[in-house]
Design a protein around this ligand. Structure first.
Ligand code: ATP
Ligand code: MG
Length: 277
């Protein structure tokens, strides 16, 4: 459905994404995890057309979208719910939802508003309240629901769990899983790797603008480096790209020969090799 091939994005001279290859297949929930500043938001902004990649190509349903204006990309069925839950704070919950459907010409909009109230009952109770008076969790639900009102084929969520209580996070992830069962494909950006991998089918780990690891949610959850860096187990590791067969995982970003998995690490039973990266 969505494909990035060798995509690099720059802010001026600073490269924020380097040769990203990523795929989201129809019907999947794909998690993109990474620490602060890894480039997650840059990735979503590049996909939705807010930033233009300097290299590479992005296709959505086999149509090239890199270089298209945001409007054109939205019309193809791609919706981006940005970080920090941007709602129209002076407008009511209902009007925020209606705004999400502003480009639709079909007659199902009112029905979809009701569907959002079923999906997030708290929004139904608060439908006449101005969005700015909602709690953080409620605003996040509204931001997602507003995104769904455009009936996207692919929904991209940027850190929906940030700053929310575990119960609210669970509620939001329940809806994300529910969306998939109703045919919406999801690209979920999260620092909260545990939450993201709990609901995703596959995932990518992003570090300093590079994909350092990809796999099924199960593979990533069981990966030693992911466990240490992102799931709070054991000593914290810093991923780093390794020039050898394994692509990553050097303890606190020191030399390659301290890599916990690299075959060039003496401790792993073979000769150390020069680190060239
Ligand atoms: N407008 C900008 N101008 C220059 N550099 C930027 C800009 N926006 C982001 N960056 C830089 O690009 C890198 C990636 O930032 P990005 O916001 O994509 O990270 P992130 O993974 O979303 O982080 P977080 O988890 O904190 O949201 C960072 O080093 C950041 O400082
Ligand atoms: Mg971000």
């Amino acid at each position: 459905m969505l494909q990035l091939r060798d995509v690099s994005t720059y802010y001026g001279q600073i490269r924020a994404l380097e040769l990203i290859n990523l795929e989201v297949r129809s019907g999947e929930i794909v998690a993109l995890i990474g620490a602060n500043g890894a480039g997650k938001t840059t990735m979503l902004n590049t996909i939705c057309g807010l930033l233009e990649p300097r290299h590479g190509e992005i296709t959505f349903e086999d149509k090239r979208i890199s270089g298209l204006p945001v409007e054109g990309i939205v019309r193809l069925g791609l919706c981006h719910v940005p970080e920090r839950r941007q709602v129209f704070s002076r407008m009511s919950v209902r009007d925020n939802l209606l705004l999400g459907a502003y480009h639709r010409r079909d007659s199902g909009v009112r029905q979809d508003v009701q569907r959002m109230y079923e999906l997030f009952p708290i929004l139904g109770q608060r439908q006449d309240q101005t969005a700015g008076t909602l709690s953080g969790g409620e605003q996040q639900m509204l931001a997602i629901a507003r995104g769904l009102m455009s009936r996207p084929k692919l929904l991209m969520l940027d850190e929906p769990s940030v700053g929310l209580a575990p119960l609210v996070v669970r509620e939001i992830l329940r809806v994300v899983a529910d969306m998939r069962s109703r045919g919406t494909t999801v690209l979920l950006v999260e620092q909260n790797a545990k939450a993201a991998l709990g609901v995703a089918d596959r995932g990518y780990v992003l570090e300093t603008g590079r994909v350092v690891l990809e796999g099924t949610a199960k593979e990533l959850t069981e990966d030693e480096g992911v466990q240490m860096s992102y799931l709070g187990k054991g000593k914290k590791l810093q991923f780093a790209r390794c020039h050898a067969e394994t692509r990553y995982a050097c303890e606190e970003n020191r030399a390659i020969n301290s890599c916990v998995r690299c075959p060039s690490n003496e401790r792993n039973g073979s000769k150390p090799a020069a680190a060239d990266d």
